[in-house]
Design a binder for this molecule. Structure first.
Ligand code: P5A
Length: 428
């Protein structure tokens, strides 16, 4: 993409409403625009990051045998009356009427609707286990939407739902999702700690929140110090071993009952990027959901698994930035390479930049080419702000010596290399 043809509305000033770094950088880098409290447009750069997060989430779930569907954001209220949650969600659920005076709601979560799909088609135990998921917008009329897309009212969620004939099988899937979630967060460049949590309005008797540690996180978490060692690469544990380590959300941590010594306990703030629930029969009992088993009707057991996809974009920035801007992990970077032409109009610079741009574009390496007339200082600052993992800086002086500059955004390290070796490095 050539910057001169792109839509990248960067802000020079730090927006006063933004209290945390991810919100500041998302506004300054032209990733999002607020349209109402907790409701955002995703601008091109932000959308590329959001799409990349979504792709990684979907890819890992497909590998784990989950099957994607897409449900409507608007739902009839009858299903919620059937499950008994119509009143429970209170003002958080946005309700309205259509022209025929039928009451609708904007989906805050989809347990009821997926069960409605399930009961319409699945009649036999032979079709189980089944794990269906979607990635779709949700609306919760949060009392205090804040921190940009971190706590929005409209937000993108991955919501998965699994169906089983026994509670043991639902527990097996729960453990599997626990491991899949770790893989997802790892691919996103994050270390998440799974803490036992209260299952709140979703319900069930076992749940884990996946927390990314950050000072600006809204949750208070307590955990075994060995999670720090895992994050720092000093210790490697299997999913099962990790599940054995102590980690609890604020509401479940009782100091007197904590099973590990105080000196091994860590306390920190976290961002909840995912939450999994063993539901058991909470919904299937309320809605009467059975399948036919070998010896008659079997009540279905369930689990549900959520990931805050739009929140993750902000969480990644909280975890990876410096004073100059965002430092994207390669897996989610909206552009992997930023190409800076220091002297547009100079024949040699144009030629070298075109060669780099065309070669990388042909190989499908996402590249943003700053071909504008902005001053070099401004170009450097913008590229640092939007955080492309690699920058290639092309200037007339370097080209006299047949070199360009290759800069790593993460380490700040700069190397003078030939155009060919810059390309080889990025394509290698
Ligand atoms: C699990 C999937 C559920 O809704 N039902 C379907 C279950 N769980 S949850 O914990 O309530 O939400 C799942 C994840 O969504 C993110 N999230 C939010 N992200 C941005 N803004 C919000 N207001 C918001 N609320 C929830 C979180 O990452 C949460 O873990």
């Amino acid at each position: 993409m050539r910057l001169s043809q792109y839509f990248l509305p960067l802000l020079k000033e730090t927006p006063s409403e933004a209290q945390i770094v991810s919100h500041r950088y998302m506004l300054r880098a032209g990733m999002i625009k607020q349209q109402a409290a907790g409701i955002y447009s995703w601008l091109p750069l932000g959308l590329r990051a959001l799409d990349n997060v979504e792709k990684i989430v979907a890819d890992e779930l497909e590998k784990a045998g989950c099957v994607r569907v897409l449900m409507p954001t608007l739902q009839p209220t009858e299903l919620w009356k059937e499950s008994g949650r119509y009143d429970a969600l209170g003002k958080e659920m946005l309700r309205f009427k259509d022209r025929a005076d039928r009451e609708l709601l904007y989906s805050p979560t989809c347990e009821e609707m997926i069960i409605d799909i399930f009961r319409s088609y699945v009649k036999s135990y032979k079709a189980l286990p089944l794990n269906l998921y979607q990635i779709n917008w949700k609306f919760r009329d949060e009392v205090r939407p804040r921190f940009g897309v971190m706590r929005g009212r409209e937000f993108l969620m991955k919501d998965g739902y699994s169906f089983h004939t026994t509670l043991d099988d639902a527990k097996r899937e729960y453990s599997k999702m626990y491991d899949v979630y770790h893989n997802i967060f790892k691919r996103l460049g994050l270390t998440a700690i799974a803490v036992s949590a209260d299952s709140g309005a979703i319900g069930g008797n076992l749940s884990h929140e996946f927390q990314v540690l950050a000072e600006t996180g809204e949750s208070q978490v307590y955990y075994d110090q060995r999670f720090d060692d895992i994050r720092d690469g000093k210790l490697s544990l299997s999913g099962e071993e990790m599940r054995g380590l102590y980690a609890a959300a604020d509401e479940l941590h009782v100091p007197e009952k904590c099973p590990i010594p105080k000196e091994n306990l860590r306390e920190a703030r976290g961002i909840e990027v995912g939450h999994i629930f063993l539901l058991g029969r909470k919904y299937t009992d309320a809605m009467g959901i059975d399948v036919t088993g070998p010896e008659g009707a079997v009540r279905v057991e369930m689990g549900t698994y959520g990931i805050g996809v739009s929140r993750l974009v902000a969480a990644i920035i909280e975890a990876s930035h410096d004073d100059n801007g965002i430092i994207w992990p390669e897996s989610v970077a909206p552009f992997r390479v930023g190409l800076i032409n220091l002297r547009p109009g100079d024949v040699n610079c144009e030629e070298a930049c075109n060669l780099i741009y065309n070669t990388l574009t042909a190989k499908e390496v996402p590249i943003l080419y700053d071909d504008t007339d902005e001053r070099p200082g401004g170009k450097f600052a913008s590229m640092d702000l939007i955080g492309t993992p690699w920058q290639i800086i092309v200037g007339p002086k370097g080209l006299e010596r047949n070199v360009v500059e290759l800069k790593s955004r993460k380490t700040g390290e700069k190397q003078e290399v030939s155009v060919e070796s810059a390309l080889a490095k990025l394509l290698g």
